[in-house]
Design a protein around this ligand. Structure first.
Ligand code: FAQ
Length: 326
């Protein structure tokens, strides 16, 4: 089993002299802004961190299809159904690019999927919350995709070539997702009092979980120092969270919606926010969020239901390897 798939602590062991030389050359490549490519030498810890992060990211995209997927059959019009279907399919595509990017580092698809289905691998906390109304489709696009864009635009500058390049297309698609979400919310806020109340209720439920998506505060983020040092992350959790809040508060004001934070105030050029409930975050990433069991259950069922496809592909590959009949 690849330890990277289950996370774990960043290692700080000093490299041997030859390793140290290679590491210095590797770090100067990163300092020059060069991309590291799959066949290039890289420290084991760089590889481990990338596999950890990219596989978690891939799982997030795949599990992230579930909250919205449940609304495809309940979309209020054919147009909304088509748009939502396209969005959910995009997320599935993002998962595929990301699994491929992790495979370039030596992780196998089977190992990654096993880590997800066994509950060892993490995926984004945000997808363990229920989507209970149509307005949630709007808020997921507006909040969750906006947060994902900020995070992934930073990753598009990451030092690992395949990951950085995957982010370019992903971010373009996430921009479409953000706009479709904002359009849903705009329409609801222009609608009846009940529709406005539905939009406000969705905002109230998704605001804090979205702030948690960016990860723990920098002071409590064990992976950030090494990720920043090696240019995997080019901005920190707190920097991105603050940018999200600064961007979203004026948008909420324009929609005539309030954010559920009495401590929110504008100070020194930024929207300052109140304390985040990190106990809730730890519960959710520890497997005890409102929907963790349902999400993993759905993924396990989908995996079992797809067994015949994998068997057929294996059979087809074996047949292709046999000599043609005389
Ligand atoms: N959820 O030391 P840090 C999307 C874990 S894609 C769960 O700060 P790091 C698209 C973290 O893994 C959303 N776990 O970690 C979409 C670590 O545990 P480990 C996903 C979390 O890596 C939209 C521990 O806590 N995006 O939304 C979370 O420096 C709509 C300590 O944390 C990505 O994955 C969390 N929120 O920073 C799809 C982007 N936060 O592994 C459908 C790539 C932290 O040591 C619908 N990843 N943890 O056991 C990243 O940028 C980073 O990994 C962070 C975390 C920022 C998520």
């Amino acid at each position: 089993m690849m330890p990277a798939l289950a996370g774990g602590k960043a290692k700080g062991a000093s490299p041997l002299p030859v390793e140290a030389e290679r590491q210095a050359a590797f770090e100067s490549r990163i300092a020059r802004g060069e991309k590291i490519e799959p066949g290039d030498w890289m420290p084991d810890e760089y590889r481990r961190q990338l596999i950890r992060m990219i596989s978690q990211h891939a799982h997030s995209e795949i599990v992230g299809m579930l909250p919205e997927g449940g609304w495809i059959t309940r979309a209020p019009s054919l147009r909304r159904k088509l748009v939502l279907l396209a969005k959910v399919q995009d997320e599935g595509g993002h998962g595929q690019y990301l699994y491929h990017a992790a495979e370039t580092l030596g992780a196998t698809r089977e190992e990654m999927i096993e880590a997800l289905l066994s509950g060892r691998a993490k995926y984004s906390s945000i997808f363990n919350y229920p989507a209970t109304s149509w307005a949630d489709m709007g808020v997921i696009g507006w909040f969750v995709d906006s947060a994902a864009i900020l995070n992934q635009t930073m990753l598009a500058r990451s030092s690992y070539g395949p990951y950085a390049r995957a982010m370019i297309r992903i971010c373009a698609e996430e921009n479409f997702h953000r706009k479709q979400g904002m359009e849903i919310i705009f329409r609801l806020t222009q609608g009846s009092p009940a529709q406005r109340a539905m939009a406000q209720d969705a905002v109230n439920r998704w605001w804090w979980p979205t702030l948690m998506m960016f990860g723990p505060h920098d002071a409590d983020s064990p992976n950030t120092p090494v990720l920043v040092r090696w240019g995997i992350k080019t901005r920190t959790n707190d920097e991105l969270r603050q940018e999200f809040v600064d961007q979203t508060v004026p948008e909420a004001q324009a929609f005539g919606l309030t954010l559920p934070d009495p401590a929110l105030r504008f100070q020194d050029g930024h929207w300052r926010f109140g304390p985040i409930d990190w106990d809730e975050f730890r519960r959710v990433i520890g497997g005890h969020g409102p929907c963790n069991q349902a999400r993993l259950g759905a993924r396990r069922r989908a995996h079992e239901d797809g067994a015949w496809v994998r068997a057929a592909l294996d059979g087809y590959a074996r047949r292709g390897a046999e000599p043609p009949p005389a």
